[in-house]
Design a protein around this ligand. Sequence first.
Ligand SMILES: Nc1ncnc2c1ncn2[C@@H]1O[C@H](COP(=O)(O)OP(=O)(O)OP(=O)(O)O)[C@@H](O)[C@H]1O
Length: 258
Amino acid sequence: MSEPTPKIRMRGVRKSFGGKVVLDGVDLDVAAGQGLVILGGSGSGKSVTIKCILGLIEPDEGVIEIDGVDVLKLPRREREALGDRIGMLFQNGALFDSLPVWENVCFKLLAQGRITRAKARDKAAEVLAQVGLAATVGDLSPAELSGGMQKRVGLARAIAAQPDIIFFDEPTTGLDPIMGAVIDGLIVDCVQKLGATAVSITHDMASARRIGTTAAMIYHGRIVWTGPAESLGRSGNAMVDQFANGQRDGPIQMELRK
Ligand SMILES: Nc1ncnc2c1ncn2[C@@H]1O[C@H](COP(=O)(O)OP(=O)(O)OP(=O)(O)O)[C@@H](O)[C@H]1O
């Protein structure tokens, strides 16, 4: 029997900036409904990998497929339409301070004319409830929210348009450990409810084990390991275990100067 088509498939993806190779032939498969966590040192290319899939960065070479379609070959408009199916929770929330929470939550739906302003308030209230926030939060400005609430609003915005792929960029960074666990729980619930495929970047190993089914490690611009997220720290791969256990000594040598 043939293998099912991966939700996301990358082959030989290369990207350099000013002669500096960042992605050196990334090969990666993400199955539909999978929760993949990408690990790797600072500056190893995790965000560049995600931005290439999102279409925010154009790779120099390689293939990126979504549902078997080579997105790099799509005309601009079709490529942008693909973005409607993708949600993103940015590291710093990236909420618009000039807009109330409800407009932030429904920003994409409003911008695309998929919802009227009158209906957007109710829609925002419904999505805010899914992330444990009262409807009244919709009228606040993002600046009035705590870090944990901003993450919840960012999550609400990421899921509002019911995407089938969601990216999470360091979802627990800056949160206390309990709030981090709460946000992870919400992420898992929301992703499951949507039946979405999730790709996350995190340096938080507890979070990686909670939100990931599979983990992949990027090193020197390539994916050097993939395996179950629950095995992080005792995977048997010296690089992965050094990284997951935060050990100074091991095969990975920190490059302090570039
Ligand atoms: N638009 C850009 N122009 C030039 N260099 C870039 C650009 N985007 C990323 N880089 C470089 O690519 C490298 C990888 O960056 P990336 O943001 O993917 O790292 P990361 O693995 O996500 O790191 P961190 O964990 O610190 O967020 C870095 O050296 C960065 O300076």
